[in-house]
Design a protein around this ligand. Sequence first.
Ligand SMILES: *[C@@H]1O[C@H](CO)[C@@H](O)[C@H](O)[C@H]1NC(C)=O
Ligand SMILES: *[C@@H]1O[C@H](CO)[C@@H](O)[C@H](O)[C@H]1NC(C)=O
Length: 365
Amino acid sequence: MELPSSLKPCFLLLFVSCLLNVSTIISQSLKQEDVLFGGKFQALYVIGDSLVDSGNNNYLSTKVKSNFAPYGSDFEGGKPTGRFSNGKTIADYIAIYYGLPLAPAYMGLSEGQKNNISTGINYASASCGVFPATGKQLGECLSMDAQVNYFKETIDKNLKKRFKTKQELSKHLAKSLFMIAIGINDYVFLYNKTIDPNEFADKLLHEYMTQIQRLQRLGARKFFINNLKPLGCYPNFLARNVPSGSCNEGANLLVSIFNTKLRKALAHFKEKLAYTSFLYSDYFKFMLGLRGPSSNQASSNLMDSTSPCCPSVYDGGQYTSCTPDSIACKVPDSHIFFDPFHPTQMANFMYAIGCFQERRVCKVV
Ligand SMILES: *[C@@H]1O[C@H](CO)[C@@H](O)[C@H](O)[C@H]1NC(C)=O
Ligand SMILES: *[C@@H]1O[C@H](CO)[C@@H](O)[C@H](O)[C@H]1NC(C)=O
């Protein structure tokens, strides 16, 4: 695997010590005009799924939770928070890069806290997706529509108290960053082989862009759009595929059809609307890249790119979820995957380097 040069010392020394000074590593004495996507954001609002959930599912009636050890073992204080990783998520690294506090989970905030926060809120909810039905088989979660509804409530009930004039409120929203990372669960829960891939992607995109448009009408102007992950290179596909460890190219193609349409739709949307811009993050390509030169080779010799840290034992059937009783690996950051569906903090950190420092992953549309 080709490592970013700035990370090489991390693998020679201790993983964790390298993560302590992330903000200085990422934004080392950047001049303001060199900050990706302008910067100077007043807030980070997050709409998404488990990749970026910072604890909303803790407050919902669902089996899909991560508020127990070994989750959070490398988070501040070594505590589980409801993040689906051993440490920070990519939304956390975005906040750090732009000098903002980590966006707290909306469901965990009191009315007093909601009235007092103007640096951003996280509405992301594990297992949910763009279509309202997605993920509900496993319990409650917040669909994209529900998340945008809560954001509207934040404006109406809370931000309007804090920003007294219409102009002040519009300025705050225009100077906020809206991160969107959702849609893969729609494939996981609702797609099957009897459905035409193009039709499914079109319907999903229509619903997705409807919500982007709602946010735009509410006042959002700057979007950070994270595309869908290469599902076929995740542990359960890798374990089942022949030869073992190779990606399921069919699953990857399915997802990439949506990603291609999404990128085009954003460019089109931007042309229609003044003062709206998108940073398109090619998370699909980034995650493939972690595997090494060929997606069909698990060729990383520095990080385990096929098996999750938790559970660390494969029973030959499929990797189930990471539970409080699971046996976890000793060094999470020597893996790309913390559990069968989510990356480790190290993978998330490498994403931040790829996006903000090397500028390979994120591009302004
Ligand atoms: C409001 O936020 C400020 C700054 O984060 C904090 O110092 C203060 O304690 C908060 N007040 C309430 C009532 O939560
Ligand atoms: C596939 O999805 C369609 C549309 O949701 C549904 O009507 C059909 O029953 C599903 N087929 C299978 C085999 O799950």
